[in-house]
Design a protein around this ligand. Structure first.
Ligand SMILES: [Mn+2]
Length: 226
C-alpha cells in the first residue's frame, strides 16, 4: 500500500484507496478480515489520509459481526470512502443477496445511518441475482436493490416524524446532568470524586430503558402498520 500510494502521487493521479475487508473465501483466511482490522492497518501506513475502507454488508456478517457498528466506526474515523450494500445470512459463504432480501431491520438501520450522518458517497450495490434468473429477472433484481433503499429512506423520515418513537428515544437518552461533572477530560480530582460517588441502585432501577417498546414500534413501522 505504501508503494501504491507513492506511485499514485508520482503519477499525479490523486486517487484515494478503499480497502474492502473480507474474512475468508476463496481462501480459508484473508488478511485484514474486518473493518476494524483495516482501520488499524491504515493507521500504520505512510500516507493514511489516502486510504479508507469500503465495507460490505455480507463480509462483516460472514464474521458474525454487526455491520452498523463497523460503518459507524469507519465514519467516525473519517474512513467511510465507499460502501457495498447487499445482504447475507450470518456466517456461511459470501451470498451477495439483493439489498434488503434477508435482514430488513438491519437494512433499515444502515439506510438510516447513511442518511442521518449525511454520507455523500455512492450507494453501491455489490450483489448478485440468483443463478436461475433470466435477463428480465436480473433487471428486476437491480431495480429491487435501489427501490428497497428508497423505501427504507422514506421509513427513516417516518421514524423521525413518529411522535411515539421520538418520545421513547427521548426517554432512553434522557440525562439529568448529574454525571456531567465526572465525564469529559480526565483529571485525578474527577476520578477521585467519581470513585466516592454513591450510586443508589434502587433509584437507578426506577428509570427504565424501553428498548423493547422502541424495537416493536420500529417493527410496526417497517411492516407498514404505523
Ligand atoms: Mn464487495
Amino acid at each position: 500500500m505504501n508503494y501504491l500510494c507513492e506511485y499514485n502521487m508520482d503519477q499525479g493521479y490523486k486517487y484515494k484507496f478503499a480497502l474492502e475487508p473480507k474474512p475468508n473465501e476463496p481462501r480459508g483466511d484473508i488478511y485484514l478480515p474486518t473493518v476494524g482490522s483495516a482501520l488499524a492497518f491504515i493507521a500504520t501506513l505512510d500516507h493514511p489520509d489516502m486510504v479508507g475502507v469500503n465495507p460490505e454488508v455480507a463480509h462483516e456478517q460472514m464474521s458474525g459481526l454487526n455491520f452498523m457498528h463497523a460503518i459507524a466506526q469507519a465514519w467516525d474515523a473519517g474512513k467511510l470512502f465507499h460502501i457495498d450494500l447487499n445482504d447475507q445470512k450470518i456466517g456461511r459463504y459470501d451470498q451477495d443477496f439483493r439489498f434488503g432480501a434477508e435482514s430488513i431491520k438491519q437494512a433499515f438501520y444502515i439506510v438510516k445511518f447513511l442518511e442521518d450522518v449525511g454520507y455523500d458517497g455512492s450507494r453501491h450495490f455489490d450483489a448478485h441475482a440468483y443463478r436461475s434468473s433470466d435477463w428480465q429477472d436480473v433487471k428486476a433484481f437491480a431495480k429491487g436493490c435501489i427501490r428497497s433503499y428508497l423505501i427504507l429512506k422514506e421509513k427513516t423520515e417516518k421514524f423521525r416524524a413518529d411522535e411515539e418513537i421520538q418520545a421513547l428515544l427521548a426517554e432512553i437518552t434522557t440525562d439529568d446532568g448529574s454525571m456531567s461533572q465526572y465525564v469529559g477530560q480526565y483529571s485525578s480530582e474527577k476520578a477521585a470524586n467519581l470513585k466516592s460517588y454513591g450510586f443508589d441502585q434502587d433509584e437507578l432501577a426506577k428509570h427504565g430503558q424501553p428498548y423493547e417498546q422502541l424495537d416493536q414500534l420500529v417493527f410496526e413501522l417497517l411492516m407498514g402498520v404505523r
